[in-house]
Design a protein around this ligand. Structure first.
Ligand code: NDP
Length: 249
């Protein structure tokens, strides 16, 4: 039997990452490797939910800001088959504050995960995909509408990190297009996940949802479906671009 085509998702056991895993799981000949940072029990539960003999799922501890753990994540993927797709979903924000309250340590943490961690994962993925003949190799990076809005008085650091993700996506896409690898980003708007509690605004999705042009906050599924479309052969001529999943915001 042919080795499975492997999909790697960082932060794949919670929120949007787990939603993407649920959309991708269960297809024979496809294996999923889910990076997670901290919560072993949750990782075990997601694997128990999605793992099938014909479409195996494995969770691997991986803090993307640690290059050694990133290497381990991809070594685990290599054991399962040939890499066909990568979703860079892992991302953080910190407490809402004004720009002057954001010191160098916080900048390092935000950029370390959202930009440098993502870049390290892209590099590991591209090295593998360049040497592969699998059809439809693709990377999707999770950005944010904040990249365009700037998030004043809230998370300018986070917004700037996501703008870097979009620019990295564009440059990398053009660089690897001759190898047949597609790279795109998705910019979610306000999505109902645990992330807003981290920012100190747990009710954000409920409060701001009705103000969005489509009259609601987004769901994990809304984003996961856009990601899986970008990974699919239906998006075979789409690269170097950014897809807003914002309900029109
Ligand atoms: P959550 O806070 O629910 O999930 C964040 C995910 O990132 C978790 O799986 C977490 O892993 C993982 N993660 C955080 N830090 C690290 C790290 N250092 N190394 C590896 N994994 C890490 O948020 P969402 O699901 O909402 O966010 C997913 C992505 O979507 C992020 O990139 C976020 O910026 C982006 N986004 C979200 C929006 C929203 O409104 N929710 C809007 C726009 C963009 P673990 O659980 O193991 O800690």
């Amino acid at each position: 039997m042919q080795a499975p085509g492997v999909y790697v998702i960082t932060g794949g056991t919670r929120g949007i990452g787990a939603g993407v895993a649920r959309e991708l799981a269960g297809v024979p000949g496809r294996a999923l490797v889910l990076g997670y940072r901290s919560n072993h029990e949750r990782a075990r539960d997601v694997v128990a939910e999605l793992d099938r003999p014909e479409s195996p799922v494995r969770a691997v501890p991986c803090d993307v800001s640690d290059p050694a753990q990133v290497s381990d994540l991809f070594a685990a993927a290599d054991e399962m088959g040939s890499l066909i797709a990568m979703v860079n979903n892992a991302g953080i924000l910190e407490q809402q504050c004004t720009f002057d309250q954001i010191g160098p340590d916080r900048w390092s943490r935000i950029l370390g995960v959202n930009v440098i961690g993502l870049a390290c994962c892209c590099r590991e993925a591209v090295v593998r995909m360049r040497g592969s003949h699998l059809p439809n190799r693709a990377i999707v990076n999770i950005s944010s509408k904040a990249a365009v809005l700037g998030s004043p008085n809230e998370y300018v650091d986070y917004a700037a990190s996501k703008a870097a993700v979009d620019t990295l996506t564009r440059g990398l896409a053009l660089e690897v297009a001759p190898h047949g690898i597609r790279v795109n980003s998705v910019r979610p708007g306000i999505i109902d996940t645990e992330m807003h509690a981290t920012g100190g605004d747990p009710d954000r999705a409920r409060r701001l949802g009705p103000q969005q042009p489509l009259g609601r906050a987004g769901t994990v599924k809304d984003v996961a479906r856009a990601v899986t479309w970008l990974l699919s052969p239906d998006a075979a001529f789409v690269t170097g671009t950014t897809l807003d999943v914002t309900g029109g915001r």
